[in-house]
Design a protein around this ligand. Sequence first.
Ligand code: NAP
Length: 469
Amino acid sequence: MVEMAEIGLIGLGTMGGNLALNIAESGVRIAVFNRTYGRTQAVMDEAGPLADTLAPAESLEAFVQSLAIPRKIILLVPAGWPVDDQIAALKPLLAPGDLIIDAGNSDWRETTRRAAEAAPQLHLGLGVSGGAEGARHGPSMMAGGTAEAYAMVKDVLTAIAADFEGAPCVAHLGPDGAGHYVKMVHNGIEYADMQMIAEIYGVMRDGSGMTAVEMAPVFERWNGGTLRSYLIEITGEIAKATDPKTGQAMLDVITDSAGQKGTGRWTVIDAQMRAAPLSAVEAAVTARVLSARLAARAEGEDRFGAAPTPLAEGAISEAELESALIAGKIIAYAQGFDLLATASTEEDWVLPLPQVAEIWRAGCIIRSAMLDDMASALTEAPERSLILAPHFAGLLEEHMPGLRKTVALAVAHGLPLPALSAALTYFDVMRTGRGTANMLQAQRDFFGQHGFERLDRPGETDLHGPWVG
Ligand SMILES: NC(=O)c1ccc[n+]([C@@H]2O[C@H](COP(=O)([O-])OP(=O)(O)OC[C@H]3O[C@@H](n4cnc5c(N)ncnc54)[C@H](OP(=O)(O)O)[C@@H]3O)[C@@H](O)[C@H]2O)c1
């Protein structure tokens, strides 16, 4: 008799192929299906001894029949209509109580809709982070759905998740779209984290005239300190890589036009809709958009000239640049967690924020030493902004001068630092008890009779200035 598979996976691309091998390696028999069978064969060839634990199917029907009931089927196809098409193709073949797990980067609202439409099957939205390497050896996973749905796959997810000092980096974070929502915000933070690193690279390259190879040890040193993280680690590796074709630094032969698949943009739109401040991520998303305008930027440089002068020798130290990244990063994460808290309240999710920080400590792209301290700070007071948590407030006090000096010098020399500037501005706004919105209110009242509140009459919002007749 043919052994039934405990779980199935459809879509053997970068993520699906690696996740299938990870599941097989954990000892769980897994059925696999891909639209193009050649890809299934390639994964089987790659599987080596794990091939015995994989059950490849040439048709969707054969795939479904090879699964133990209740069936559990992971989808790793592109987000959007391919997910709906795949669900539509599967549904007639499934039994009540079978579970579809959408492990791609789906829009959380679509996940909420699919969960509502799933009956008599169940739907779990699973955010998976860690890229190909994470999928193969241990990703961070953020689940949204019913407790019943999560319980059906909890063991296998726990077995394949990244491990942080014995704690698996997977959690059930809330209903329907909650997991994909948290994954979306994770990606938004990732945009800011990457952009800030790229900006500091720019100061070193265009301000201090350093070569990529000279920067590599700097990133390596930073990776030994407060900034220890996957992104800083790979940045060091990238900086020292050489192009096999030309012998030049790899970074120097790559076009400065960055792609995006949309999760950063979704995060920013979502933050705006909720009136949650997310300026560092917004700046990072805009920076990617501008990066794609290569011709327009070249024209701009022809017309106005490049940044005027490099920085004077020794104008900024390695420690100050490190400080800029530390302070900027804390602010980007504080904004991200602020957005999660806002959405949690608005959507009635009760997102466990300390647990979110915990499952990001390993496996995902934004994993970093700081997340362990963030988990502790959020455990102490989940409602408090991370910038006010004693540990991070102390770090900000220590490193803000470095961020301020870096941004100030860059501005004076025409070097663009959009995300770091946004972080600095956010900090300055958040430390200003009396800002300048009194002027905005006066203007609004002047032209639109919108009314304002006076300092000496709190609670009364319909007062007007002498300009209202
Ligand atoms: N790559 C990453 O680092 C990463 C990280 C986290 C999350 N994700 C998310 O994971 C999902 C998969 O990404 P990926 O990078 O693995 O993509 P990928 O390498 O492009 O693979 C896509 C897979 O989906 C299949 N597929 C495409 N269109 C389909 C359709 N209409 N119906 C059925 N199958 C279809 C493809 O089959 P064929 O072989 O027949 O083309 C392929 O197996 C996406 O939602 C992505 O955003 C990716």
